[in-house]
Design a protein around this ligand. Structure first.
Ligand SMILES: CC(C)(COP(=O)(O)OP(=O)(O)OC[C@H]1O[C@@H](n2cnc3c(N)ncnc32)[C@H](O)[C@@H]1OP(=O)(O)O)[C@@H](O)C(=O)NCCC(=O)NCCS
Length: 151
C-alpha cells in the first residue's frame, strides 16, 4: 500500500460511507438493509479500511462450517489501485482463519476484469462457471476458491 490506513470493524455507524462506496461500485448495489443483516449475523466478518478519517474500502463475508464465503468487496473510486483491496482481503482471510475456516470461496462476474485480476493475484483459482447467473447486466458468474490454511 502506498500510504497508511487502519482496519475497522464495520457497523451501522458506517452505513452512509458504505452506501457511497456501494453506489459507485456496483450496477445493483446492496441496500442499507443488506448491510444491517450482515452486521447482525454472528457468522459474519465485516471489515473496513479507513484512510485520513474516511472509509475507503470494505470487505465482508460469512463462515459456513470450514468455508468462508467472501460476499462483497469494494474500494471507493478515487482510492483504487493503491493495494487497499488486497490488504483488506488479507486481513479478512486472517480473521476467517482464526474462526476455523480453511477455504475461501467467492463469486464474481465474468466481465469484472479488475476483480478477476485481483483474485488471481491473491491466490484464487476458478472452480466453476455459472452461465447467465447475473442479471442487470446479464453475465456469467465465476466461482473461485483458495485455501486459507496458510496465509
Ligand atoms: C476490484 C476492486 C475491489 C480492486 O480494488 P483495488 O484496491 O483497486 O485493488 P488493489 O489495488 O489491491 O489491486 C491488486 C491487484 O489487482 C489487479 N487489479 C486491480 N484493479 C485492476 C484493474 N482495474 N485492471 C487490472 N488489474 C487490476 C492488479 O493486479 C493489482 O495489482 P497492481 O496494482 O500491482 O497491478 C475495485 O476495482 C472495486 O472496488 N471494483 C468495484 C467493485 C467490485 O467489482 N468488487 C468485486 C466484486 S467480486
Amino acid at each position: 500500500m502506498t500510504d497508511g490506513g487502519r482496519f475497522v470493524v464495520l457497523g451501522p455507524g458506517h452505513l452512509q460511507s458504505l452506501m457511497a462506496i456501494e453506489r459507485c461500485s456496483f450496477t445493483s448495489p446492496w441496500s442499507e438493509g443488506d448491510f444491517l443483516y450482515f452486521f447482525a449475523d454472528g457468522s459474519s466478518l465485516c471489515q473496513g479500511l479507513v484512510q485520513s478519517g474516511e472509509l475507503v474500502a470494505y470487505a465482508l463475508g460469512y463462515c459456513e462450517g470450514q468455508d468462508f464465503h467472501l460476499a462483497s468487496l469494494a474500494v471507493e473510486l478515487e482510492s483504487r489501485r493503491r493495494g487497499y483491496a488486497s490488504r483488506l482481503l488479507q486481513q479478512l482471510l486472517l480473521q476467517a482463519q482464526r474462526r476455523g475456516a480453511d477455504r475461501c470461496t467467492l463469486e464474481v462476474r465474468a466481465a469484472n476484469r479488475a476483480a478477476l485480476m485481483l483474485y488471481d493475484k491473491t491466490g484464487f483459482r476458478s472452480l466453476e462457471v455459472r452461465t447467465a447467473h447475473y442479471s442487470g447486466p446479464r453475465d456469467d458468474g465465476i466461482i473461485m476458491e483458495r485455501s486459507i490454511e496458510i496465509l
